[in-house]
Design a protein around this ligand. Structure first.
Ligand SMILES: [Zn+2]
Length: 323
């Protein structure tokens, strides 16, 4: 079955679940790999701040410790040796790519490049991947799922390898808004959400001019997941067939985009980012959108989107004045 994802710019492309941006490194120097890790860290920090500071009002919560992981199999074969050298990546076990600032993982002292060997005694080795096979995100997705299934409000034990040290680290997950957020492949300005995962393209992370702008993108995609939009769109497309983007689903999707902007701007405000830039930012992003004519069927027009964002900003400004 084809899964339809909601995107900021280019509609109806499925998230690139099988390949991570690290498989698309254009040169294999350690410097470029380390730059990608810095982008991952930035996305993790902003996503955690939004997810944790909105926990009181999120319809969907989950227990999270605030890390993202990587695994050697997510790299294309040509880049694996460089990645293993840059990050001390194990052949079988995942390792920590980023530890979000202010998260339980950070408080517990977990660090990027720690090898994660087991969770509550369950071994996380994945030896099933083939060394010659293409990049696959399966191993890291399975390890992320193990972390996302940790019991709420109870200490779990992570078995860590750090250099020559073996550590047992106790960490208690925190309830935050439910959405995995990750840096994704792609040289286009894009971001998407599939119900569980929000992906922001590497190009978009480097195109935005501030953390406030990146927060707007991340919160918009998280809002799609929290509002259950991808599932609803899939149901609509199953009912109405392939012409959906021109018909029912197109109309429904345009409203979903406005709703995700609305909720996203509120989430950004609660997380303490500058929400007032939202109307100009969405207009500027749209002006740089690829495939603008195609977008018209599934996304609101720029004036509509700007007006919608301005209305939310005005509401928030009025609340600020009455505080
Ligand atoms: Zn969207």
């Amino acid at each position: 079955m084809r899964l339809w994802a909601l995107c900021i710019l280019v509609a109806l492309s499925a998230p690139a679940a099988s390949v991570n941006s690290h498989a698309k490194v254009s040169d294999d120097t350690q410097a470029s790999l380390l730059a990608l890790q810095r982008d991952d860290q930035r996305v993790a920090d902003i996503a955690w701040r939004i997810a944790s500071r909105n926990a009181d009002s999120c319809a969907k919560l989950w227990a999270s410790i605030g890390v993202s992981l990587q695994h050697v199999s997510q790299y294309a074969p040509a880049y694996r040796a460089a990645a293993q050298a840059a990050f001390v990546l194990d052949d079988s076990y995942p390792s920590i790519l980023a530890v979000a600032e202010g998260s339980p993982a950070s408080a517990a002292g977990l660090k990027p490049n720690d090898t994660l060997r087991a969770v509550n005694g369950v071994d996380l080795a994945d030896k099933s991947w083939g060394k010659k096979s293409a990049a696959s995100y399966d191993a890291v997705a399975a390890a992320m799922a193990a972390l996302e299934a940790l019991p709420e409000q109870r200490a779990s034990v992570l078995s860590i390898e750090r250099g020559s040290q073996r550590l047992e680290v106790s960490v208690t997950p925190q309830n935050v808004c439910r959405s995995r957020v990750e840096l994704a492949p792609g040289n286009t300005l894009n971001a998407n959400a599939n119900g569980l995962v929000a992906q922001i393209s590497g190009r978009l992370v480097n195109w935005v001019e501030s953390d406030d702008e990146l927060a707007l993108v991340i919160a918009h995609e998280m809002a799609h997941n929290l509002l259950g939009h991808p599932k609803r769109l899939n149901e609509k497309s199953a009912l109405s067939g392939l012409a959906t983007s021109l018909g029912l689903a197109g109309k429904a999707q345009r409203q979903m985009e406005l709703d995700a902007d609305h909720v996203g701007i509120m989430m950004v405000a609660r997380a303490g980012y500058n929400y007032k830039i939202a109307p100009d930012f969405w207009a500027r992003l749209y002006a740089n959108a690829p495939l603008a004519s195609f977008l018209a069927t599934t996304h609101p027009t720029t004036p509509t989107r700007r007006k919608n964002a301005q209305r939310v900003v005005d509401e928030l400004n009025a609340k600020d004045l009455h505080r």
